[in-house]
Design a protein around this ligand. Sequence first.
Ligand code: ADP
Ligand code: MG
Length: 250
Amino acid sequence: MLKSSAPAVRVDNLTLSYRRHPAVHHVSGEFSPGSFTAIFGPNGAGKSTLLKGIVGLIKPDSGRVLLDGVARHDIGYLPQQSALDRSFPMRVLDVAAMGLWRKAGIFRAIGRKSLDHVEAALAAVGLTGFEDRLIGTLSGGQFQRALFARLLLQDARLILLDEPFTAIDARTCDDLLALIARWHAEGRTVVTVLHDLELVREHIPETLLLAREKVAWGPTTEVLTDENLARARHLHEAFEDDAELCEMPA
Ligand code: ADP
Ligand code: MG
């Protein structure tokens, strides 16, 4: 895959709110084609909200999200695990096969060839033999592997991941990190929310440091300085209890 064909996401003066309380405040910048970016910041800094804004689950109060080279419904999006309901009686195979919806259609039976693809994706995430397991019986790490199999099958060129390594075992973390690095090497544009500073420093070339507003955005080594991290903490503490209504001009 050519890097030049990778999608980009521009956010332009973007404000996203819950009942007019801004969770993301006047953020501008670009996830450039083929970039691999971590979104890092304190709890409640607006990281998940920003991803939801890009996917279109939340409408901007002001500003815009501009997608270049990808349609909204073609984004590969992995929500934060705590946001997903696992009581629904689905098999691992079904969850993975959902990655083929765009290609195969929801109600069409999966043909032999598609089934081969699903099985190959499950093998790639280490879930061979788990096809018929109900998702409610999986560990956090196994469930995350199943969701990654779905992303593999979706074959998206823009991939947004929300804390993919939270509450999963170290081995799964290593395996999935390798998969994400491969997506990046293939020229896809990858954005992932992470809360492990060392992991970001070691593996992710670009970082957006977010504390409701943009603190810094660029090469990870330039962004994750002690000074910027202190500023992010300070900004966050100042806002934490009373996110006032947005009065800034759009
Ligand atoms: P992060 O992912 O960085 O931890 P979030 O984007 O989840 O932060 O949340 C940002 C802010 O928006 C927090 O103050 C949070 O309490 C608030 N928030 C998130 N989701 C909702 C919601 N559905 N309704 C109201 N407030 C919300
Ligand atoms: Mg979050």
